[in-house]
Write a protein that binds this ligand. Structure first.
Ligand code: ADP
Ligand code: MG
Length: 674
């Protein structure tokens, strides 16, 4: 940073992501306060922040029900307003004593004595003191850095920083957006006539200009990444149709049209001499696994190895079994690698992978440990890819020179997200379920009717069906979660003595889990009590009833995934969502969405709207910076324009593209979803 900024201040600024002077320019206000006028107390409206002015006519510190400073302010029109402070300093008590003339800014709400403001910003002011001329920006800040300090720093940056336009003028002109410098000035120092509403809601043209810039930078970065990938070499794995055809001929079913189409796309990509990076998307139960098996075979029939990585032991195990059923008869040697194996077993597997003796390796994240070296990795498959962190996925890819990469996900990506965070991926969609499935009926039932639900489970199991009982999610504590699962298991065992009941939870040893799952798959147990570990991928077609306890605590995608475990056979399946009253409004909305929709896309869209992209993508912790200014919903129109502009800019104005990227992405590559 510049001279005159102390190391202490530098540290504070760094906390806000401000490292270089120009970073201050893009440190934009969170909101604005309107201190340009005084609102008479009687004109105050609930929830509308405003500034009032008047004299403190009464002040007292109360101690019950809790300590509070309560002042009464009377303004020139005679209106009375209560100011309430729950945390306060002696200096505030002194400043707000009767007779003090002050200006207070806050949000009015109805209180016990009429209108009140809780924790308004107050300062003493003479009645004739001039008002602010413009809206006051409020910045994100950190302890020890005041708003006036930040304002001063930003003002300095506006004068000395680099606010040059990066784009050819016709681009903002055509979009009717202001230029860069003007937009910054407007947002940091709004003129007196600027509309608070449009600034606050970020629909003002100046906000839109910066949102556009940010989206454009993201698109440019994606395109560059894409081009780089195209220029890299990968083994061209031709579709020889030897092993793949052999598998298709042996399968007890025929691929659906959607499976065939996606398989063709993947097969074509793998035959190219640059690395495939394709996302195979398909709702739960749409049959992605067989497509990945075909892809693995195409690598293997060319003399290369393939790896399939799954996020949980249960799922990896299931894949291993399926692959063994399907591929072992074709003479494919399959290795199985998990964190739970003993050392001898693992070393043996690792040696097989390293020598190339194993053509296919299936496993959990144990696959990308350092000791695991592939002789010739041609294809890396990542199942339920959103479950893995960015770094884990990268690590698997690095196991080969440049293997082709196939990612699979049952969480559909809404269009806006696909266009931004996933823009670098090619996407194949399985949009059709295998035939013979009957849609799952969902019921929302109060916890109070648990007895009826138990009777229903008993009846279903007596008729030869199987059921899941999903224990409540307890995010705060894994120990508590385990306790609840054990208790649920005991209760159900007592309540349903004529059933064989299994229990599976995250704390079990892999071998134990495996035994429980096997018993359930073989219909030796009819009811499986489970934590959400069964959420991904588990496939037992005879299970047609699922009870989910405390469904109101779960996320939408999670409920959809869980529900996808049933409806896989020919029996009519029912999913019962048990909830505890009272339901919050938000929980009610979530359950309504899951009740009304069976389509994963609809659910994902609603989920995205409720939770925002960070949570949704599961990349909040992964260090991938999210868009800071643009909002994919609000600025969806700009996203499309940014995509098209990126293409023309790179073609016609490569230097402008470079300058633009430089401004917006000091760590450009991090925007890319890998
Ligand atoms: P997901 O896409 O959720 O991973 P799976 O690959 O586990 O789904 O497939 C779900 C079930 O459907 C499996 O039992 C699988 O063998 C079966 N299956 C897949 N494709 C077909 C098909 N074309 N016809 C009939 N059953 C299929
Ligand atoms: Mg699956």
């Amino acid at each position: 940073m510049s001279k005159g900024i102390s190391p202490a201040l530098q540290t504070k600024l760094a906390k806000l992501g401000i490292v270089e002077p120009d970073d201050l320019l893009l440190h934009l206000p969170l909101r604005y306060v309107d201190e340009t006028r005084i609102t008479p107390v009687r004109d105050l409206r609930v929830g509308e922040a405003a500034q009032v002015e008047g004299e403190i006519i009464h002040a007292e510190t109360q101690y019950r029900p809790r300590k509070a400073l309560i002042c009464q302010l009377q303004d020139a029109s005679g209106g009375l307003l209560h100011l309430r402070f729950l945390h306060f300093y002696p200096s505030q008590v002194a400043a707000l004593k009767p007779g003090a003339h002050i200006r207070a800014y806050g949000e009015p709400r109805p209180g016990f004595f009429g209108m009140e403001m809780v924790h308004p910003q107050c300062r003493s002011a003479r009645a004739d003191a001039p008002l602010n001329e413009a809206l006051t920006p409020v910045y994100p800040t950190t302890a020890g850095l005041t708003q006036p300090n930040l304002r001063k720093l930003v003002a300095w940056a506006l004068q000395h920083g680099d606010t040059r336009e990066t784009l050819p003028p016709e681009i903002p002109e055509r979009l009717q957006l202001p230029d860069f410098a003007e937009s910054l000035r407007l947002l940091h120092r709004p003129p007196p006539d600027a509309s608070l509403e449009s600034l606050q809601s970020r629909t003002h043209a100046a906000w839109r200009r910066l949102a556009f810039d940010e989206l454009l930078a993201q698109q440019l970065s994606m395109r560059r990444h894409h081009a780089r990938r195209r220029s890299q070499g990968a083994p061209a794995l031709a579709d020889k149709k030897t092993l793949t055809t052999a598998l298709l001929e042996r399968l007890p079913f025929k691929l659906t049209g959607a499976q065939q189409k996606t398989w063709r796309e993947i097969s074509h990509d793998m035959s190219q001499s640059h690395p495939m990076q394709r996302l195979l998307q398909g709702d739960v139960g749409s049959g992605k696994t067989i497509v990945s098996a075909l892809a693995a075979l195409q690598a293997i029939e060319n003399g290369w190895q393939a790896a399939i990585m799954a996020p949980t032991e249960i799922l990896a195990e299931q894949h291993y079994k399926k692959m063994t059923d399907w591929l072992a008869p074709l003479g494919v040697n399959i290795a199985w690698l998990t964190g739970a194996q003993n050392k001898t077993a693992r070393n043996k597997v690792i040696a097989q992978v390293a020598s190339g003796e194993a053509a296919l390796a299936v496993g959990t994240h144990a696959l990308f440990q350092e000791q695991v070296q592939f002789a010739k990795l041609g294809l890396a498959v990542v199942d339920e890819q959103h479950r893995f962190g960015v770094h884990q996925r990268l690590a698997l890819r690095r196991k080969g020179e440049q293997p082709h990469q196939l990612m699979m996900s049952a969480t559909p990506i809404p269009r806006t997200l696909a266009m931004s965070y996933y823009a670098d991926l090619d996407v194949s969609v399985i949009d059709e379920l295998p035939p013979g499935r009957t849609p799952v009926t969902t019921k929302i039932v109060s916890e109070e009717r648990r007895e009826e639900v138990l009777a229903r489970v008993r009846d279903a199991c007596r008729q030869g069906h199987q059921a899941y009982w999903v224990c409540p999610l307890i995010e705060e504590s894994e120990a508590l979660q385990l306790k609840t699962a054990l208790e649920t298991y005991e209760q159900l065992t007592a309540a349903l003595p004529d059933l064989n009941i299994g229990l599976v939870h995250g704390r079990m040893k892999p071998a134990e889990k495996q035994a429980v799952m096997q018993a359930f798959a073989a219909n030796e147990t009819q009811l499986l009590v489970a934590t959400t570990v069964i959420e991904v991928g588990v496939d037992v077609p005879n299970a047609s009833l699922m009870v989910i306890e405390h469904a109101e605590r779960m996320g939408l995608s999670q409920l959809h995934q869980l529900r996808g475990r049933i409806g896989r056979g020919s029996a009519q399946s029912v999913c019962i969502l048990l909830y505890a009253s009272p339901l919050s409004q938000a929980a009610r909305e979530r359950l309504k969405i899951i009740y009304e929709n069976t389509d994963g896309f609809e659910i994902a869209r609603a989920d995205l709207a409720l939770r925002g992209p960070g949570e949704f993508l599961g990349i909040r912790q992964s260090g991938v910076p999210l868009l800071k200014i643009a909002d994919l919903e609000r600025d969806a129109d700009l996203l499309e324009i940014a995509r098209d502009t990126a293409a023309t800019l790179l073609r016609d104005h490569p230097q402008a593209a470079e300058a633009h990227l430089k401004r917006w992405m000091r760590r450009a590559e991090e925007y890319v979803k890998v």
